[in-house]
Each structure stands twice: as C-alpha cells, then as structure tokens.
Ligand binder design. Structure first.
Ligand code: AP5
Length: 216
C-alpha cells in the first residue's frame, strides 16, 4: 500500500497520472485543488473564502489544505494515497510528515514530474475536464473521441477552469517556484525523491511512474 506524492508545476500532468493510478492500482487521489474547486462549485463557506485567491492563482492558507487532507486521510485507502498538489509549502510537508507518523503510515515515494515552462502554457490553455467524473482532456493532445462528450462517463458537461489562462498561470508558476519547488530539495535530502520526464507522452510517463512504484 504505497503512499506517494506527485510533485510538479501547474500542468505537469499530476492529475492525469493520478487518475490512471486510481484505475490501474486502486490507489486514492487526494487533490487539494479538486477539493477546493468542489467547495466553490457547492457554494460552501470555504468555497467563498478561497474563490478569489484561486482565481488569482495564489495559494490558499496551509491551515485550510492541511485540514482537508487530514479529514480525507481518516477514510483510509487500501491501495494507498496519491497526494496531488499537496504539499505545496514546507509547512504543509512537515504537517504531512506528522500526520503520517500519527497514523502509522509511511510516505513511500515523492515523484517529481519534470517539465519546462513553455510546454505548460500550451497544456494549461488547452485543458478541459469532465464536470461529472473529472476525466482530464486536451484540445490537441487528448481530445474526446466524440466532440463534446466524455469518453469515460458519456457526460456532456465538459468544462474549462477559471484559472486556466496565461495571465493567472504566471502567478501560479511564480507561487510554484517560490513556495513549492523547495520541496524538491526537502524530499531529496530525506532520500524519498525520484524524477520522471513529464514532457514524455502520457503512456510513457505512466510507465516511468510504475517503475518507481514497483521499486518502492
Ligand atoms: P490544482 O488544482 O492543484 O492545480 P495545479 O497544481 O496548478 O495543477 P493542475 O491541475 O493545473 O495541473 P496538473 O499537473 O494536474 O496537470 P493535468 O494532469 O491536468 O490547484 C489549483 C489552485 O488551488 C492553486 O492555484 C491554489 O490556489 C489552490 N491549491 C491547491 N492545492 C493547494 C495547496 N496544497 N496549498 C495551497 N493552495 C492550494 O494536465 C494538464 C493538461 O496537460 C491536460 O489538458 C492534460 O490532458 C495534458 N497532459 C497531461 N500530461 C500530458 C503529457 N504527458 N503529454 C501531453 N499532454 C499532457
């Protein structure tokens, strides 16, 4: 039951690979971004608090996301957890370490998805997702088989994200380099870091991740 972190900038492919791991290995994706977007869609008090922050591409507070993760981890995951978009700061990484210790769980691998910034703009501006099942698509690299219909669940509720534009992406990237990229050194020093080429095709990235997991 491996627990892993997928680490990488916006558009690196974390969500795409997390969904594949759910299907292939019965792991459970814990995406703080998805949890926050769900709160916004439902119009909860939390959603109202974070909506503007996310639309600007800034990070929400550590306290909020640590609380979300702690609540979800209580449900357990027989196939292991995939932390997607969490932790994003050193404080969050420390908090996750404490949570793991407290619950007797281990963090088996931190997989850095390496991409270059130029590719991220094209990925982010072409992305759309299924509002029903969360499947991730791209206008050019991964369109739906039938235009306007999700391949996985058949829903026609396909959506684009409010923060998926070039202007907001600049802030999201800056937040990543200032606050999240130090985690690469943090997990390297702990001997938990592996890297995969996130610029490769989706299938090849999945194979590289599988190799890391099979060694863990
Ligand atoms: P979040 O939802 O986590 O967004 P993100 O980290 O910016 O990551 P993305 O979802 O944009 O990218 P991804 O790496 O999952 O890429 P994807 O697989 O979709 O966070 C949103 C916001 O919430 C943050 O800005 C912040 O405000 C807040 N937040 C969330 N967590 C937080 C935390 N812990 N602390 C504080 N604030 C937090 O792929 C992108 C596109 O590329 C898709 O179209 C896909 O089809 C395509 N693609 C994927 N892989 C490939 C490939 N190998 N080749 C070609 N195309 C590919």
């Amino acid at each position: 039951m491996p627990n892993i972190i997928l680490l990488g900038p916006p558009g690196a492919g974390k969500g795409t690979q997390a969904k594949r791991l759910e299907e292939s290995r019965g792991m459970v994706q814990l995406s703080t971004g998805d949890m926050l977007k769900e709160a916004i869609a439902k119009g909860t008090e939390l959603g109202r608090r974070v909506e503007g922050i996310m639309a600007r591409g800034e990070l929400v507070t550590d306290e909020i996301v640590i609380g979300l993760i702690e609540a979800k981890m209580k449900d357990g995951a027989r196939g292991g957890f995939i932390f997607d978009g969490f932790p994003r700061t050193l404080n969050q990484a420390d908090a996750l370490g404490e949570l793991m210790t407290r619950t007797g769980a281990t963090l088996d691998s931190v997989i850095e998805m390496q991409v270059d910034d130029a590719a991220l703009v094209a990925r982010i501006t072409g992305r759309f997702t299924c509002g029903n099942c969360g499947a991730v698509y791209h206008d050019v690299t991964h369109p739906t088989k039938v235009a306007g219909t999700c391949d996985v669940c058949g829903s026609t509720n396909l959506k684009r994200r409010a923060d998926d534009n070039e202007e907001t992406l600049k802030t999201r990237l800056m937040e990543y380099y200032k606050k999240t990229s130090p985690l690469i050194g943090y997990y390297y020093a702990k001997g938990q870091l592996s890297a995969v080429d996130g610029l490769a095709e989706v299938e090849a990235v999945a194979e590289a991740i599988a190799k890391v997991l099979d060694k863990a």
